[in-house]
Design a protein around this ligand. Structure first.
Ligand SMILES: [Zn+2]
Length: 139
């Protein structure tokens, strides 16, 4: 085994691991491990949910706390410079999220938002996902 291939391999391993820590992938993995079958990045549903089960009227959104302005979350910081740019940007994101959630309620669905800062405890996360996905249709 030569050094180059070892280095190459650890590079690949690192990239796999870092991809794996992306919030939406964590949520998919947990839902999958619970035995649910679902679609990902469902473009024909409002807001393109990260995970959806149409037959059960379930849509899960994994939201980054910064971009989606998680209330009272320490990750939802506001950059010091370009204040006007950021407040417009954030207001637009919040408005879009509100519209998306309203669209689901109009369809009789109750979408589920998981915040990035809530991914830490996998047991709690798994319980919440299991509870949401097991509930009867549209409730
Ligand atoms: Zn948060």
């Amino acid at each position: 085994v030569d050094i180059v291939s070892l280095e190459k391999r650890s590079e690949v391993m690192r990239s796999v691991r870092s991809k794996d820590t992306r919030p939406e992938l964590i949520v998919r993995k947990v839902a999958h491990s619970l035995g649910f079958r679902f679609r990902v990045n469902v473009r024909d549903l409002p807001g393109c949910p990260d995970l959806a089960i149409k037959s059960r009227k379930k849509a899960i959104f994994v939201h980054g706390c910064f971009w989606h302005r998680h209330q009272n979350c320490r990750r939802a910081t506001t950059p010091q410079s370009n204040h006007e740019y950021w407040s417009k940007k954030f207001a637009g994101n919040i408005e879009r999220d509100d519209r998306t959630m309203a669209a689901y309620r109009a369809m009789g669905w109750e979408p589920f938002v998981i915040w990035e800062c809530e991914l830490g405890n996998r047991k709690v996360l798994a319980d919440r996902i299991a509870r949401y996905l097991s509930k009867a249709d549209g409730r």
